[in-house]
Design a protein around this ligand. Structure first.
Ligand code: GN1
Ligand code: MG
Length: 362
């Protein structure tokens, strides 16, 4: 991104500092994110929201600003300094909106950077898993009295398994022969798991599992920790929407319990760590169990498998489509990600038998 343009965009927001320099933060697959250093005390995070993926950027921004306001009210007993580190704080543009639409049609939003915080791409110890569980559990608990119907569905059917399967079936029709051949084993695995992977979807459709406010992208790198590994703040609230608790539980488990990153090509390094699962679940339930029904709790282990699977099918679909959705560093990147997630499911299956998954036995 051109420096002058970035500076111009930054200056469209309502802050009283000067742009000094910027650094691209490269962890996401969809948006472009920059850390902005300024002449003042605060650093900022400037983000270009990908409007090809997020079709209703104003709706998205309203969602996340309102969720932050809600969290601020719920946590108002905390000292001000502390509060600033626990809740994302969005900066309005000079025109009063919380986003700025530039001359190229790109949408931007600005947040205050939370100092002295760390993120993890993979988790190596139970303490971080436990604290991550507490953080995401607390997020769900604090938003459990937020009316989910007031949120815009920023990506319709985002974690809808039937929808992801229909996209997958479509991709099989347009994929090149070469890609179909390369992905043959993965395609078979996906078909094999189809029925089981619709269980949570069906419970949602029948109303047995309720809709609530969910984050929908609870990979562990979306959790900020302090220097002592205590959870600080849930970030990347772009996909906050009505959903089921299983999405958030499962996506966190997908990333915490994988002994390698989702991009790791060496599958020997990709295993499901059951101790981290237990630690995460403990922290998560300590914070949110009181807000959950027995049915919601019963299906948490299956949620883990389901969310690993939904990412596998999405990566595989994108590979078959010729990489049109996720950012990729090389042509086989999505294939490798899909393979990685399916290996993680295999490792998960070795540790949880089918019955254990269904009766939530740890
Ligand atoms: C995408 O861009 P990022 O990293 O926040 C994706 C998530 C996936 C994730 C996989 C809007 O999130 O659903 O879990 O990649 N977000 C969208 O790493 O599709
Ligand atoms: Mg995200």
């Amino acid at each position: 991104m051109e420096l002058e343009h970035l500076k111009k965009v930054f200056n469209q927001f309502n802050h009283s500092t000067n742009f000094l320099n910027h650094k691209e933060l490269v962890s996401g697959h969809i948006n472009d994110t920059y850390l902005i250093e300024t002449s003042g005390d605060s650093k900022f995070v400037l983000q270009r929201i990908n409007h090809l993926v997020f079709k209703d950027v104003p709706g998205l921004v309203t969602n996340k600003v309102n969720v932050s306001k809600h969290l601020l009210t719920k946590l108002k007993h905390l000292p001000k300094n502390e509060l600033k580190r626990r809740v994302l704080s969005f900066v309005p543009a000079k025109n009063g909106d919380y986003y700025y639409n530039d001359i190229n049609g790109n949408y931007w939003n600005l947040m205050v950077f939370i100092e002295d915080s760390v993120t993890f791409e993979t988790v190596k110890n139970e303490e971080v898993a436990y604290e991550g569980g507490k953080l995401f559990g607390r997020f769900l608990n604090l938003t459990s009295d937020f009316d989910a119907s007031k949120l815009t569905e920023v990506i319709p059917k985002f974690h809808d398994m039937s929808f992801r399967f229909s996209q997958f079936e479509e991709s099989l029709k347009v994929a090149t022969k070469e890609r179909l051949t390369k992905a043959k084993d993965l395609i078979e695995k996906v078909h094999h798991l189809k029925e089981e992977m619709h269980i949570i979807q069906r419970l949602k459709e029948s109303g047995e599992i309720q809709l609530r406010v969910t984050h929908n992208d609870t990979k562990i790198s979306n959790a900020l920790f302090d220097k002592n590994n205590k959870g600080l703040c849930v970030i990347d609230t772009d996909t906050v929407m009505p959903g089921v608790v299983h999405y958030d539980f499962g996506d966190a488990i997908r990333t915490i319990c994988n002994t390698a990153s989702e991009d790791e090509k060496n599958l020997e390094l990709v295993n499901f760590n059951l101790d981290l699962y237990k630690a995460y679940t403990k922290g998560f339930l300590e914070e949110v169990e009181s807000a959950l029904t027995p049915t919601e709790i019963k299906y948490l282990p299956l949620a883990a498998k389901t969310m690993i699977f939904i990412m596998a099918i999405r990566f595989l679909t994108d590979y078959l489509n010729g990489n049109i959705y996720y950012k990729v560093a090389y042509p086989e990147h999505n294939f490798d990600r899909a393979k990685n997630q399916l290996k993680l499911i295999e490792s998960f299956e070795k540790q949880f038998t089918e019955t254990e998954v269904k009766i939530n036995k740890l």
